[in-house]
Ligand binder design. Sequence first.
Ligand SMILES: N[C@@H](CCC(=O)N[C@@H](CS)C(=O)NCC(=O)O)C(=O)O
Length: 253
Amino acid sequence: MNHPSKPVILYGIPFSQPVRAVFWLMLYKQLPFDLVPINPGSKGDNGSRSPAYLAKNPGGTIPAIEEPQTGFVLAEAHAILCYLSNKHGWDDVYPSDPQQRAKVDWYLHYHHRNVRDASIGLVAPKIRKDLNIPDIIQQSARSTFTRAMRTLDTGWLAQSRYLTGDRLTLADFAAYMEIGQLQPCFTNLFDFEPYPHVRRWLETMQQVAGHDDAHVVLTELGDISVEAPALETIKQANFRALAALKARVAQMG
Ligand SMILES: N[C@@H](CCC(=O)N[C@@H](CS)C(=O)NCC(=O)O)C(=O)O
């Protein structure tokens, strides 16, 4: 496929799970992008709560994309995944058959409260010690996440290789970014032993093209289950991941 001369801009940082979901899809599809660092939650220059960024995305979150040719801006990771798939005709990952597509949408909606919110509740206490997240909130996140893993194990993944069937879809990219980060090879914050289908799916996802490039930030960070990383360590991991991504995009044809 011919790509326009100016690649799509992706606002965000590699440490953000929904940002990673978007650039993993782009890496998988070999779609060049320009990752412009935006610090989540910051009101300073290049922050997601700065006036300049809020003018693009009033919600103040990363990721967002911007198309230099048209000025079109879009936020929300799942909206971006669907838009890119629609725009580029990536029917393999976002099937055109209405029922198959609806199953992908089903997971993408399910994901927000059941997987995303809960996994944040597992990671945030480790990387944001300053927030002093109360135990009751941490316990609630763990029990929601555990319930979601049971649901995936006995439902979504019990009969099929991927979440919505035998083909890799947007649902898998979105899900893995939250679930995969907790594996022993990355942050090591959840025990997947009781969930054999989830473990088998995690292994399958590790073989998907672009996986390693999309996870440099977590490889850099390593196991954070015992010792919480300093903010500076996270910052350096982001820098290295950013450089690795830029190098990878530069190699795209
Ligand atoms: N539902 C949003 C969630 C995005 C999100 O939570 N992004 C975080 C970073 S991982 C963020 O931008 N936080 C900064 C803030 O809310 O101020 C999506 O999927 O895009």
